[in-house]
Write a protein that binds this ligand. Structure first.
Ligand SMILES: C[S@@+](CC[C@H](N)C(=O)[O-])C[C@H]1O[C@@H](n2cnc3c(N)ncnc32)[C@H](O)[C@@H]1O
Length: 189
């Protein structure tokens, strides 16, 4: 059983309660043109796919939790995949956009995750990382809550994440929204 299999039934309600639904904002930032192949790593219940699937070719939702994936509203354009984001079955240079939304701090081998995103992204493909600002008061409370539920977490500051990805991705955009941040990187070729 994976960590999120314990909480999947209540996950979406919890996100609404904490007002942590950033679907509209992410959709706007991505400015999709209709043809993109998107991979949402740690995509969970498919919340984001609900916002973006009509504006791109396909959204793969890859997650290690069967429970989370059981909530995905799958259809021809929204495809759930059970698996590990560190070791996917996608071919080299096959994806236009990789998303990691509220996932990074759950991953111990963050370098490995970035390496995998780099491998599967097409040249000039985009990586979007949204994560929580660990020093923010609202997030400090959430961190305690998440620690009780999930155990060890691997929070990084936005600067640390940018440092981690900079060999492989040019930073194209950085949005600081106080209690969370969004980093957009473009694959270096
Ligand atoms: C906080 S949830 C975020 C879900 C979704 N991105 C969202 O914003 O609603 C983190 C998700 O990452 C998944 N996850 C954690 N480690 C993973 C891994 N190594 N491979 C795939 N999914 C993973 C969990 O199962 C969980 O669904």
């Amino acid at each position: 059983m994976k960590k999120f299999d314990r909480v999947y039934k209540h996950y979406d309600k919890f996100i609404e309660m904490f007002k942590f639904n950033k679907g509209e904002e992410i959709k706007e930032i991505l400015n999709l043109q209709g043809e993109e192949v998107v991979l949402d790593i740690g995509g969970g219940t498919g919340r984001l796919a609900d916002y973006i699937s009509s504006d791109c070719k396909i959204v793969y939702i890859l997650d290690e939790s069967e429970g989370m994936l059981s909530k995905v509203k799958a259809n021809g354009k929204v495809v759930p995949i059970l698996g590990d984001g560190l070791n996917t079955d996608f071919e080299n240079n096959s994806i236009d956009i990789v998303l990691m939304v509220d996932v990074f701090h759950h991953i111990e081998n963050q370098k490995g995750l970035i390496q995998e995103a780099y491998r599967i992204l097409k040249d000039n493909g985009k990586l979007l990382i949204l994560d929580l600002e660990k020093k923010n008061a609202k997030i400090r409370m959430l961190r305690v809550f998440e620690f009780i539920l999930f155990g060890k977490l691997y929070f990084k500051t936005s600067e640390e994440i940018q440092e981690l990805i900079k060999d492989k991705f040019k930073i194209r955009n950085f949005i600081d929204n106080k209690y969370y941040f969004i980093i957009i990187g473009e694959k270096n070729v």
